[in-house]
Design a protein around this ligand. Structure first.
Ligand SMILES: Cc1ncc(COP(=O)(O)O)c(C=O)c1O
Length: 395
């Protein structure tokens, strides 16, 4: 390896959407059809009614620095939401909660705050494959070694934890879990989280649950990592961190507001890192965030749209509705060819599944042979999307 190759950033591939732009470069979507952008997981629902008045009422806050960890009033409302949503008996807003500017930056920073590559011990950072690519970028740039857990039809899309040897677990520093999962829609149940937390205790590693789709599900409300820890008697949430945000729950991806919660020691490390990187959330936006965490009505309205969208999609297309998230993960022959065809013939933008995965030690990319479609444009367009995809599949 030369010096250039050793530079950690050079070990990262191009981000999926940059690859998608290249794949579609020079092609035009069918001009006779309305364009459907199912490529990005960006909720496109109306702005919740409390946003504008809250912003207006607190606009002067832009003239003040926010605290890096989130002001008390925000951390308290986050703690109250976590208690209500996950039936937590206690969570301390001062020591067990931080504000984040969305989960993305927090998921990335987590590996930098929690692993210790210089000691050259516990190098593994475990993650699902395919995955939200930030986990991979975080592990590599923090000096960890990604350990990929294939999530395939054979595992019912669960990241495998049974087939991993004790030696690997012993050298594991951190496990990323994504539940509900982007892109597969798999949801961790209590048994899965319990098993993982027992392993974490035995082999002393951290579990980081990305729960940003926790409020988007088809049938049962997903369980959260912290409530499972509590049910196991781990009421300090030792070795556990969760991240969540208002991006999907409240359809406010532009607000850039989220949470980090769990083990007070890990929160302290995180807090220290953030005192240097300093991504404080502007005060007026913190007030909007409080209004959003305090309101469930808009979340229920959103949930209805996502459920109805999944219903119409699968009624037309066939197949099994995913347990959570607003993504559909469809098996196809060759995902890049399919995505180009969908764009040119049916004016649909999709994402090739392999762009969300990476090759494992056996040279297998568990995202190959799939495409991801995001049902973020409401019921009518979800039906139309299913009809057009069915036409393509039938060819
Ligand atoms: C699995 C997953 N985690 C985290 C994020 C980041 O979302 P945000 O930073 O808006 O909270 C996304 C966004 O698409 C995602 O799909």
């Amino acid at each position: 390896m030369n010096k250039h190759e050793q530079y950690r950033l050079n070990q990262l591939g191009e981000y999926p959407f940059a690859r998608l732009n290249k794949l579609l470069d020079g092609l035009a979507p069918n001009p006779n059809l309305d364009f459907i952008d199912a490529g990005a997981g960006e909720p496109r629902l109306p702005l919740p009614s409390f946003v504008q008045p809250t912003l207006d009422a607190h606009v002067l806050g832009f003239s003040k620095y926010p605290t890096t960890s989130g002001n008390d009033f925000l951390r308290e409302s986050i703690a109250a939401w976590l208690k209500r949503r996950f039936s937590l008996k206690s969570i301390d807003a001062n020591t067990q909660v931080l504000s984040a500017n969305g989960t993305r930056e927090a998921l990335f920073a987590a590996a930098h705050a929690l692993i210790n590559p210089n000691a050259d011990e516990k190098p593994w950072v475990m993650m699902p494959n395919p995955m939200y690519q930030i986990y991979l970028g975080a592990a590599i740039t923090a000096g960890g070694k990604p350990y990929l857990q294939p999530c395939t039809a054979e595992t019912d899309f669960a990241p495998d934890i049974d087939g991993i040897s004790d030696d690997i677990w012993a050298d594991t520093a951190l496990v990323y879990v994504c539940s509900p999962s982007n892109p597969t829609g798999w949801v961790a149940d209590e048994t899965y989280y319990t098993k993982l937390l027992r392993l974490a205790e035995k082999f002393d590693f951290y579990v980081l649950a990305d729960e940003c789709y926790s409020e988007i599900y088809y049938a049962d409300k997903p369980v959260g990592l912290l409530e499972v820890a509590q049910n196991m008697g781990n009421s300090d949430y030792k070795r556990c961190l969760v991240m969540n945000s208002l991006s999907k729950r409240s359809a406010l991806p532009g607000l850039r507001s989220g949470l980090i919660a769990g083990d007070a020691d890990l929160i302290q490390n995180f807090s220290k890192l953030r005192s240097y990187t300093g991504p404080g959330t502007p005060l007026p936006l913190q007030h909007v965030a409080v209004a959003a965490w305090n309101d469930e009505e808009h979340v229920q309205q959103h949930l209805k749209v996502y459920r109805d969208s999944l219903d119409v999609f699968f009624n037309v297309y066939g197949g099994e509705v995913p347990a959570g998230s607003f993504f559909v993960w469809l098996a196809v022959d060759d995902e890049e060819t399919f995505v180009r065809q969908a764009y040119q013939e049916q004016a649909i933008k999709l994402l090739p599944g392999s762009y969300l995965g990476t090759k494992d030690m056996h040279g297998i990319n568990a995202g190959s042979g799939y495409v991801r479609a995001a049902l973020v444009d409401g019921v009518t367009k979800s039906r139309e999307l299913a009809l057009r995809l069915k036409k393509l599949q039938a060819v």
